[in-house]
Design a protein around this ligand. Structure first.
Ligand code: FAD
Length: 280
């Protein structure tokens, strides 16, 4: 398919290349470098993708277009010392957190180590017990039905690792409000978050597989059931953290699903997936 817009690129790609778990079959991937290209990409059924760090994609891929925001939507280099700032939704969180520390801006510390793009972070209301993106989000600009609209954060239905973003909305930009602090104070807060994350595996994963049940931790329940190290094909429950499924090399979505089913069968509490599942 050849797009009309000169600022859209279309390629059939295995989604394993675009996800951190490195699992998933092919899709028509549209990379869009401006709003006009984004408008064209969203004329047919589509799924937005960010850093692909919370996705389990079927081995058969997805029939919809997969829309990725291109480089012009990554504002990490432009981000300076402003407390009130509009940023493109392809801006990577790790870069933002680093720049905020350098500039002495507070509000993003709880997102240290979350490998999201800004759009995906908003869609999932990414965060940790130290803070989440919703706490600093003022409003977004999304593309929906061919129109760019501004929507206040209060209308996005943000909750624990969730939002009520409509399926047909593509987040383009977001306005964050940060607080002025000092690089030293921000560094101290980051060190506390870093210490809390130190037990997480470095292998290929999609972060925590399950939401924490109220008042408990999914990882603790999985550990208690003796499931660390459980393996199906190349998919394994990490030794370091029971809520992480890692890909040892050639895991398929089928392996991952079977592993998850075994975990659910063995744990004595209902476990709800945190990942978004595509194409099943
Ligand atoms: C090692 C590791 C550690 C992690 N730690 C944490 C953690 O501490 N806390 C936490 O909350 N999460 C964590 N995660 C999970 C993940 O980083 C978050 O869920 C993150 O918000 C996903 O962002 P993404 O850009 O990768 O989105 P994707 O995985 O690409 O997409 C996730 C969802 O967002 C939607 N989406 C993406 N971009 C847009 C857009 N522009 N417009 C509309 N919808 C969009 C997608 O359609 C999809 O439904 C971790 C993941 C990994 C791999």
């Amino acid at each position: 398919m050849t797009p009309r817009s000169p600022n859209a690129e279309v390629r059939i790609r295995p989604l394993a290349q675009l996800t951190t778990l490195r699992v998933g079959g092919p899709a028509e991937v549209w990379t869009v470098d401006d709003d006009e290209a984004a408008r064209e990409a969203t004329e047919a059924p589509f799924r937005p993708i960010g850093a692909g760090s919370n996705l389990l994609v079927s081995d058969d891929g997805v029939p919809e277009r997969v829309v990725a925001l291109g480089r012009p939507y990554n504002d990490v280099r432009r981000f300076g010392a402003e407390t009130d700032v509009w940023l493109g939704c392809a801006t990577p969180l790790p870069g933002l957190v680093r720049r905020a520390r350098q500039a002495g801006l507070s509000g993003l510390e709880g997102l240290l180590g979350v490998p999201a793009a800004l759009g995906g972070a908003i869609a999932m209301n990414a965060g940790t017990r130290f803070g989440e993106i919703g706490e600093v989000l003022e409003e977004v600009e999304w593309l929906r039905d061919g129109r760019v609209e501004r929507v206040p954060a209060s209308e996005l239905g943000l909750g624990y690792r969730r939002s009520e973003l409509p399926d047909d909305a593509l987040l383009l930009r977001a306005r964050l409000r940060l607080a002025r602090s000092t690089p030293e104070r921000v560094a101290v807060a980051l060190a506390a978050v870093d210490a809390a994350r130190s037990g997480q595996p470095k292998a290929k994963s999609a972060g925590c597989a399950f939401r924490n049940p109220p008042g408990d931790a999914a990882g603790r329940l999985i550990d208690l059931a003796g499931l660390k190290g459980l393996r199906v094909g190349d998919a394994m429950i990490a030794h370091e953290h029971g809520n992480f499924v890692i890909n040892l090399g050639d895991a398929t979505a089928g392996d991952v699903l079977e592993l998850i089913d075994r975990v659910r069968a063995a744990v004595d509490a209902p476990l709800e997936l945190e990942w978004r599942r595509w194409g099943f």
